[in-house]
Design a protein around this ligand. Structure first.
Ligand code: SF4
Length: 323
């Protein structure tokens, strides 16, 4: 993934140091912390080395997670990002089928009186269930943002990637999320130039992107990883072609993003301030949209209401309404 390009604002990418099997990432200069809930991965997507390097999935016991959340709140953090290669399969390794829903409900019951915001990363589309979305709907703490990596819009490429879902199944998940929680933000990851990806496969990805209208996206050029199944596949694409496809995809995503940002203008929304630099501040909504505004003696972690006044060059700007 050398040619990774971050095209939209998203500052929740974990660093490798969080993969310690207990505890959480201490980061006193930030208001958020990453709390790993699973380690390892059983999915063996054909392009990925993670299952070989991290081993099978191990879920952290529920009571450990609850204790750690208690400590995180005591330490003054305002936002927790539950972290796993596939949070939706939390608990499967100890035989719990709907473990992630169970965990979300337990967090909600135990910390309802706190004002902590809970996010989660990453959701594998094949394990995304209606009951997870329903649990989030019933929670006052879990925020409405879903990072669901589609990787490709082509069924044959999805099969070659060993992703375990079809394009239609993915679209069904998105439909359910948007019906149940209409204010949800939806982000994704997409790989272009997977071995054997034809022009028609790539067009399927472009069409899917238009259909879903993602709020955020990370895009990548496929780069072979030694020892993976995809590395053995025929028909690797020339780098120039992969770069061309990436550029086309990014242009599509940027156009969608600009249009989506315009729909925010005129809305009053809550944000939590998480960046202050002199006269400027910014924060994110619960559905992960960043809004910039003049600093008005804010403090990190402060939740304020802003009126979104303009969209400019891929960013939203707001004014304080009241705090
Ligand atoms: S891409 Fe994600 S889900 Fe697939 S094998 Fe790698 S870590 Fe696991």
């Amino acid at each position: 993934r050398k040619h990774k390009k971050k095209i939209l604002d998203f500052n929740l990418q974990p660093s490798s140091q969080v993969f310690d099997e207990s505890g959480y990432l201490h980061n006193p200069s930030q208001i958020f912390t990453f709390l790993p809930i699973t380690y390892g991965c059983d999915n063996f997507c054909s392009y990925c080395v993670v299952p070989y390097t991290t081993g099978p999935q191990r879920s952290k016991p529920l009571r450990t997670i609850l204790k750690e959340i208690e400590k995180i709140i005591q330490d003054g953090y305002k936002e927790i990002i539950l972290l796993g290669q596939n949070v939706n399969s939390y608990g499967l390794d100890f035989g719990l089928k709907n473990g992630f829903e169970f965990l979300l409900q337990a967090i909600d019951e135990n910390f309802q009186s706190s004002s902590i915001w809970i996010r989660f990363l990453t959701s594998h589309p094949k394990d995304m269930r209606a009951s997870i979305v329903d649990s989030i709907k019933n929670s006052s703490l879990i925020t409405h943002y879903f990072h669901l990596p589609i990787q490709s819009g082509s069924d044959s490429i999805l099969a070659a990637m060993n992703r375990g879902y079809t394009r239609d199944q993915y679209l069904g998940v998105i439909k359910y999320i948007r019906q149940t929680l209409p204010d949800s933000g939806i982000g994704t990851d997409i790989i272009v130039g997977f071995p054997g990806e034809t022009e028609a496969d790539f067009l399927d990805t472009l069409h899917l992107v238009q259909e879903v209208q993602f709020d955020q996206a990370f895009t990548y050029i496929y780069s072979p990883r030694s020892g993976t199944a995809a590395d053995q596949l025929p028909d690797h694409l020339p780098l120039a072609e992969k770069k061309k496809r990436l550029q086309v995809l990014n242009q599509n995503l940027t156009d969608i993003h600009q249009k989506k940002l315009m729909t925010w203008v005129g809305k009053k929304v809550q944000i939590m301030i998480d960046q202050i630099e002199g006269l400027n501040a910014s924060g994110r909504t619960t559905n992960n949209q960043r809004i910039f505004l003049p600093n008005s003696n804010f403090f990190l972690g402060q939740v304020i209401t802003v009126l979104v006044v303009k969209s400019l060059k891929g960013k939203l700007y707001g004014e304080l309404v009241f705090s």
